[in-house]
Design a protein around this ligand. Structure first.
Ligand SMILES: CC(C)=CCC/C(C)=C/CC/C(C)=C/CC/C(C)=C/[C@@H]1[C@@H](COP(=O)(O)OP(=O)(O)O)[C@]1(C)CC/C=C(\C)CC/C=C(\C)CCC=C(C)C
Ligand SMILES: [Mn+2]
Length: 389
C-alpha cells in the first residue's frame, strides 16, 4: 500500500481484527458509515438549462460515455496505475459495502446476490457511494447541507478516481474503478442532482422533473452498465443499451416519488409536475391535506402509466446485457415495478399509506425474472425515445 493510501484511510471502530461485530452493532456501524458529516450551509444553484427538444441533454452524456468506452481504455481512467491496496484491507472494505447495501437496500441487495462475485462487489461499492451522496441531502445531517459540502464531496470523488481514496469505503470504489471501465461523469452528475435537490423544491413540468430523475437515478443506470457488461452478441448499439439503463433509473425514481408522496410532503417536498397537478384540478394543498379523491386517482393513473413506460423501455436493454447480469437486473426491474401495482392495490392512496411489496411476492418474482433473463436478445431497440404528455 502506498503511504498516501495508508494515511488517508480511517478504519471504522465497528470492525476489529477484521471481524464482524454483532448484527445490531453492524447495523449501527453501517448507518454511521453512510452519514458524512457536513460543515456549513450557503450556496446558489441554477437549474441547468433545458433543451428545446425533449431531453437530449442527458443523451449527450451517454454519447460521451459510450464514445470514451469504445476508445483506448487508459484514456477513460484518471486512475492509470493499479492502486496498491492490501488484499485484506480490500476484503474488509467490500465487506462493509456489502453490509451497508444489505441494510439499506434489500431489493437491490437481493439482485446483487445473483451476480458474479467481482460484479457484486463493484455494485456494492457503487451503491455505497450513491447512498452516501444521497444521505448528504436526505440523511440526518441534511440540515447542515451546503454547496461547500457538495464541493468537498466532489473533490473526494476526483480523489477516488485519481487513486487517492479518503476512507475505506472510497477505497472500494477506487478498486472498482480500476477493475471496470467506469466514467466519472455520471458520478459528478449525481452530485449535481443533489445540488438541485437543495435548491429546487418544486418541478413546474415533467421536463424539469425528468432532469432531476436523470441526475439522481438515471446516473445509477449509467454507472451500472460497465459493471454488468453488454452481451458480445448483442445486435443493438451500446448507446441504446445505455439509454435503457438510464430509463430504468428514471422508472425507479418516478416510482420512488409516487410511493413517497405522503412522506416527502411532510418535509415540504412535492416531486410532482405542477402543471399536471393543475390539469386535474390539484395543487400542493391537496397533497398536504392528504385527501384521496377521484381527481387524485386520475392524476395518479397518468403518473403510473408514465413510470411503466420507462420500465418498458428498460426491458429492451436488460436483455442486451451480458447473460450473467440479466437475472439481477430483471429481478430489480420487476420488483421495483411491483410498487406501482401496490399503489393501485391501495386504491391510489399514497398520501397516507406506503405501498409495499410483500416477501412472498418478491420471491415469486425471481423465477419470472430468471425466465425473462434467459430469453434471447431481440433487436427491437429504437434508440432514444421520449414520452411527452
Ligand atoms: C442490481 C441493481 C439494480 C443494482 C444497482 C444498485 C445501485 C448502485 C443502486 C444505487 C441506488 C442509490 C442509493 C441511489 C442514490 C439516489 C437514490 C436514493 C435513488 C433511488 C433509489 C432507490 O433507493 P431507495 O428506495 O432506497 O430510496 P430512498 O432514498 O430510501 O427513498 C432510486 C429510486 C434510484 C435507483 C436506480 C437504479 C438502481 C438504476 C438501475 C439501473 C440499472 C442497474 C441499469 C441496468 C441496465 C439496463 C440496460 C436496464
Ligand atoms: Mn432518497
Amino acid at each position: 500500500m502506498s503511504s498516501a493510501f495508508s494515511l488517508a484511510v480511517k478504519p471504522s471502530v465497528a470492525w476489529s481484527n477484521g471481524k464482524l461485530l454483532s448484527r445490531k452493532s453492524t447495523r449501527r456501524a453501517a448507518r454511521a458509515e453512510v452519514i458524512v458529516a457536513p460543515k456549513k450551509r450557503t450556496s446558489t444553484h441554477n437549474v441547468p438549462e433545458l433543451s428545446k427538444q425533449g431531453i437530449p441533454h442527458t443523451d449527450l452524456h451517454v454519447r460521451e460515455i459510450v464514445k470514451r468506452q469504445s476508445t483506448d481504455k487508459s484514456s477513460m481512467f484518471d486512475v492509470c496505475q493499479k492502486p496498491q491496496f492490501h488484499p485484506m484491507f480490500l476484503e474488509e472494505a467490500y465487506e462493509r459495502c456489502r453490509n451497508i447495501c444489505a441494510e439499506y437496500a434489500k431489493t437491490f441487495y437481493l439482485g446483487t446476490l445473483l451476480m458474479t462475485e467481482e460484479r457484486q462487489k463493484a455494485i456494492w461499492a457503487i451503491y455505497v457511494w450513491c447512498r452516501r451522496t444521497d444521505e448528504l441531502v436526505d440523511g440526518p445531517n441534511a440540515a447542515y447541507m451546503s454547496s461547500a459540502v457538495l464541493d468537498r464531496w466532489e473533490e473526494r470523488l476526483h480523489d477516488i478516481f485519481n487513486g487517492r481514496p479518503y476512507d475505506m469505503l472510497d477505497a472500494a470504489l477506487t478498486d472498482t474503478i480500476y477493475k471496470f471501465p467506469l466514467d466519472i461523469k455520471p458520478f459528478r452528475d449525481m452530485i449535481e442532482g443533489m445540488r438541485m435537490d437543495t435548491k429546487n423544491f418544486r418541478y413546474e413540468n415533467f421536463q424539469e422533473l425528468y432532469l432531476y430523475c436523470y441526475y439522481v437515478a438515471g446516473t445509477v443506470g449509467l454507472m451500472s452498465v460497465p459493471v454488468m457488461g453488454i452481451a458480445p452478441e448483442s445486435p443493438v448499439s451500446a448507446q441504446s443499451i445505455y439509454n435503457s439503463a438510464l430509463y430504468l433509473g428514471i422508472g425507479n425514481q418516478l416510482t420512488n416519488i409516487l410511493r413517497d408522496v405522503g412522506e416527502d410532503s411532510l418535509r415540504g417536498r412535492v416531486y410532482l409536475p405542477q402543471d399536471e397537478l393543475a390539469q386535474f384540478g390539484l395543487c400542493d394543498r391537496d397533497i398536504f391535506s392528504r385527501k384521496v379523491n377521484d381527481g387524485w386517482r386520475e392524476f395518479m393513473k397518468q403518473q403510473i402509466t408514465r413510470a411503466r413506460f420507462y420500465f418498458n423501455q428498460a426491458e429492451e436493454g436488460a436483455s442486451q446485457l451480458d447473460k450473467a447480469s440479466r437475472w439481477p437486473v430483471w429481478s430489480s426491474l420487476l420488483l421495483y415495478r411491483k410498487i406501482l401495482d401496490a399503489i393501485e392495490e391501495n386504491d391510489y392512496d399514497n398520501l397516507t399509506k406506503r405501498a409495499y411489496v410483500g416477501r412472498t411476492k418478491k420471491l415469486l418474482t425471481l423465477p419470472l425474472a430468471y425466465s425473462r433473463a434467459q430469453s434471447a436478445t431481440h433487436p427491437g431497440l429504437s434508440g432514444t425515445r421520449f414520452l411527452g404528455f
